[in-house]
Design a protein around this ligand. Structure first.
Ligand SMILES: Cc1cc2nc3c(=O)[nH]c(=O)nc-3n(C[C@H](O)[C@H](O)[C@H](O)COP(=O)(O)OP(=O)(O)OC[C@H]3O[C@@H](n4cnc5c(N)ncnc54)[C@H](O)[C@@H]3O)c2cc1C
Length: 351
């Protein structure tokens, strides 16, 4: 069997890369070990165009966001499902200085379409503690990443192009321009393994700085929330009185085992703001694929051009993956060069 590309990993990265390559008329074979603790399975999928204490636009959001919306709408039509749920984020401020800073920045050119200082918060009275003031982040929302991946998984299985297996690096064979894996020949093998690329012998040289994150799914009965709340913790409505609560960050202990410490931390942060009872339904952990400079890692292996990587979606897979998957697909189809800011060749292997 010969395909253009073998894609290893079917998280949001592998899924969207396959989406664009198939659209470009290429043939693919996906191999995924169905890792339950994959980041894409626990992410809230929040799209947040304004981030950080310094209140800045998310990296390249003006070009990434419209492309992400367009891609998700296209996939929604294809599967007749809703995956991009547009709901603004409201963000709390504890004092006048914080709020004034927000107001001033929200009036700046290039920021008005993403920020507002005009949210009253009266709809939250009685169940969320009132902060000094609220700000609103516009054009935000959430992507139902697990639903996207599941739908595509079923489609790939139907087409016979997804194999459920742990990829075995020892079975890679190189020939002049091609590469083979077991009985499959391909132009390239593209690794979309999330943080587990740290164990890939061909890409372990990359400066991995993966971050473990934990989250809860809770039930909060009898409230109505049509926004996402950022108030020491994210409270994200996901339907049927269920809310995604998150998240934590930890740079050691990299595994997908939920810890009592993180559960208590999340409950404590939630109880600080929530004034009504809640019940914890689920608790999960996963590791975010982050590299040292916090940018995606995309491109061909410096010594084996038949091997490639599409990784490093970090904490923002929902907003940035569509654009970069399309960009990489264009590169592989030889339509355009790779953007230097994401090209894996910015990192020189030390051995
Ligand atoms: C708690 C938490 C909250 C988050 N919240 C958000 C959020 O609100 N918004 C946002 O945009 N992002 C969020 N993220 C980040 C987001 O999850 C990631 O950016 C994104 O999911 C990374 O996707 P990926 O496909 O690169 O990796 P993954 O989702 O980890 O997928 C990797 C896939 O590769 C497979 N795989 C790995 N190794 C092998 C192998 N050797 N053989 C076969 N298969 C293999 C795995 O089975 C898996 O399916 C969050 C992450 C965490 C942990």
């Amino acid at each position: 069997m010969k395909v253009n590309y073998i894609i290893v990993g079917q998280g949001i990265a592998g899924t969207l890369l396959a989406h664009f390559l198939l659209k470009a008329g290429k043939t693919v074979k996906l191999i995924d070990k169905q890792h339950e603790g994959a980041a894409s399975k626990v992410a809230a999928g929040i799209i947040n165009p304004v981030t950080g204490r310094r209140i800045v636009k998310s990296w390249r959001i003006d070009e990434l966001l419209p492309f992400a919306e367009q891609t998700y709408q296209e996939i929604e039509k294809q599967f007749d499902i809703e995956i991009f749920i547009q709901k603004n984020i409201i963000r709390s401020f504890e004092n006048n200085k914080q709020f004034t800073d927000w107001s001033v920045k929200s009036a700046r050119e290039g920021m008005t379409q993403y920020m507002s200082d005009d949210y009253e918060g009266t709809a939250l009275n009685g169940w969320i503690k009132s902060p000094y003031a609220w700000g609103e982040i516009l054009q935000s929302g959430r992507v139902d990443v697990p639903l996207l991946i599941d739908n595509y998984r079923n489609r790939f299985v139907e087409k016979g192009i997804l194999e459920e297996a742990d990829f075995d690096y020892k079975q890679i064979d190189f020939s002049e321009d091609l590469v083979s894996y077991k009985s499959i020949q391909a132009d390239k093998i593209i690794f979309c393994e999330g943080w587990q690329s740290a164990f890939n012998p061909y890409f372990s040289y990359l400066p991995h700085e993966a971050a473990k994150g934990e989250m809860l799914i809770v039930r909060i009965p009898n409230i109505k929330l049509d926004k996402l709340i950022k108030m020491g913790v994210f409270i994200v409505p996901i339907g049927e009185e269920r809310y995604w609560i998150g998240s934590t960050y930890s740079w050691d202990d990299l595994n997908d085992t939920p810890t009592e410490e993180a559960r208590q931390d999340l409950c404590k942060r939630l109880e600080k703001v929530l004034q009504v009872p809640y019940e914890v339904l689920e608790h999960h952990a996963a590791v975010r694929p982050v590299f040292k400079d916090r940018r995606p890692i995309i491109g061909l292996h410096p010594n084996f051009s038949q091997l490639a990587i599409f990784n490093g979606m970090g904490t923002k897979g929902a907003s940035i993956t569509p654009f970069w998957a399309h960009h990489f697909s264009d590169f592989l189809c030889e339509y355009s060069p790779l953007d230097d800011e994401v090209n894996v060749n910015r990192i020189i292997p030390t051995t």
